[in-house]
Ligand binder design. Sequence first.
Ligand code: PEP
Ligand code: MG
Length: 754
Amino acid sequence: MPSITNASIAMSPLFLLRQIRDVMAGAATAQARLDHVVRIIAAGFSSEVCSVYLLRAGDILELYASQGLKATSVHQTRLNMGQGLVGEIAATAEPLNLADAQLHPKYVYRPETGEEIYSSFVGVPVLQGGKVIGVLVVQSKNAKRYSDDQVEVLQTIAMVLSELAVSGQLVDAQEIKAATGGLTVQQLSGMRMSAGIAKAVAVLHQPQLVITDYVATDINQEKARFEQALLSLQESFDQYIQNSGLSDDDEQLQIIETYLLFTRDRGWKARIDEAIGTGLTAEGAVKKVQEELQAKMNQLASPYIKERIQDLEDLSNNLLKVLLGKDIAPQPAHLPEAFILVARSIGPAELLTYDHTRLKGLILEEGSMTSHTAVIARAMDIPALAKVLGATTIIQPGDTVILDAESANVYVRPGDDVEAAMDKHLRHYAARETEYAGLRDLPAVTRDGVTISLNVNAGLFVDSKNILQEGVDGIGLYRTELPYMTSADFPDVEVQRQLYAQVYEQLPGKRIIFRSFDIGGDKKVPYLNPGEEENPAMGWRATRIGLDHPGILRTQFRALIQACTDRTLYVMFPFIAEMAELEAVRRLFEQEWAQAAQKPPEYRIGAMIEIPSLLWQLPTLMQRVDFVSIGSNDLMKFLFACDRGATHMAGHYDTLSPVMLRVVREVTLAAKAQNVEAGFCGEMARKPLDALALIGVGVRSLSVSALAIGSLKAMIRSVDLAELTVYMDYLLSSSEPSVRHWLEAYAKDHAIVL
Ligand code: PEP
Ligand code: MG
């Protein structure tokens, strides 16, 4: 079949694009600009007709502008998705190029347009974010097929037009979102990384990159820019692989190598080159190819393909970043007052670049309970979920999002009913906060006069700030590993000393228990490579690393001794399995202490109880420490051989199991016998009912996140501890998997505030 050649485009593609760009940049109304653009395209294609259809709510394609069709049909002619040729293009996101449109089975006759006299038809989708938002059509009386080059040029024009289409000036921006399936109420679910509930607007960690210049001034220059950007991207990947020390079978390495393969993919490169050839800038061309691939692959359901889309999207975004020379993290000044961050994945260092006073929650498509980011989110005290599939595509920037990490649900663009229910919930939370504020200056004493020491878990300056206001005794667990995890190299004595000194400064007179680093395992640091570990949580971590590399531990001890000037230094060792380990680490500390020129008046040594083997060494342990702290996060995991981070295991074993509580009672009894303080710093203590059980089995010092202090104080002040202890003794003989219901009933009957 003969085809219309390029020569029959009345002007060169570049000239055509420039004309369109100039009109689009003009001051006329959006409708007037669109009307003008269709006239230019029709002329440029030496065709009688050029029309633009835009997607409206309800999957309707409305004729928005036309040169050649009857003027009265504009804004009148509407087609459903899949209806007619235009509907077919929208439904498949594929161009249609026909010599005789009326022969196509999908052709529908719309008399109001007067299009029956036109034979040839070429239509392309207008894409945004891989979704069809409109259709651009050129028609001619001449029954000839348009050339592939012309289809390509038309696609390029559609790309440029998409900016006008989504500007919100033609179709309301909210309506576009709704029409592309972006605005429906959605409920997503994931896995809890950090507890809490928040409602705020969504900010996407990698927002769509904004391209301001689509039309090339010099095509050769744009081709060179693209080559250069690709080269520098390849170099940065190569460098990353060299520096990362990743092993061959490391998944991360495989992902990067896939990226590298993409960058060398001739087809992909050729498509971008071709798009530049039609007059786009390098960034415009990358975006165009990205859009087309997304649209094509969105039609497929295969999860494998979907993953590849993500890979390509990441690659294109990286390339765009290089081309635009931009830092894509939104600047704090542009962030909303309160926002929930949505990302595919985010590193701890990146998370820390966001203004923590505005950051109210975190939603990740990837991530896990034990990732570094989860540790940071908990330290920041923001609700956070991992494994929320589809979050970055379903949640749009600016959407209202309710993040309920308690039930691991996300409500996107919640309806009035959900919002009202959640608002009630949040108001209830807020009212309780006010109530707790009234308790700030009152002691945490039970009704029968027993004082419970309330402390906070910390690990970043961000949480040190509010601690004083909460009326607490001090920091029961300072996780020193966070600065290790967020720096590229092992932090030296001075860096660490300054960090610890600042903590002392922020909390004058308070007791601060510094835990020596618990890096390794799930808290990987870039400068220590444990090799392949099947069970990192049970692997080379914490004190185990410190004992294999005593220099690292001694550096930390030196910094801790130097930083503490005006009070007793409290140091706690994590992940102790054997008394021999405790003795060895203690010796290292004492060596540093002996050699220190300047030191605090005295020190106290403590151990975390988080590995079950220590439970059979309690009497000897208590002789060699000044205090212990139970870490239920690890202890529960090892006691029940259950990784609670795994979704399908969630809820299998209760923290209020009589077994767990008996263990805690054993520890408190052994500690009491030697006059050693037994504290508790695991997550479970933040819940008032769990904390009630803990004090009922002898714990007298709790360390929890700052936000939980108020509710614990209210609970403690409403308890008769002697009575509770008797009841707990009774409950501990139960062979049920949990005593939760009994304890709840007890609390209700005894008016205990939970
Ligand atoms: C614990 O294991 O309970 C604990 C407090 O330590 P981390 O959560 O830092 O492992
Ligand atoms: Mg632990």
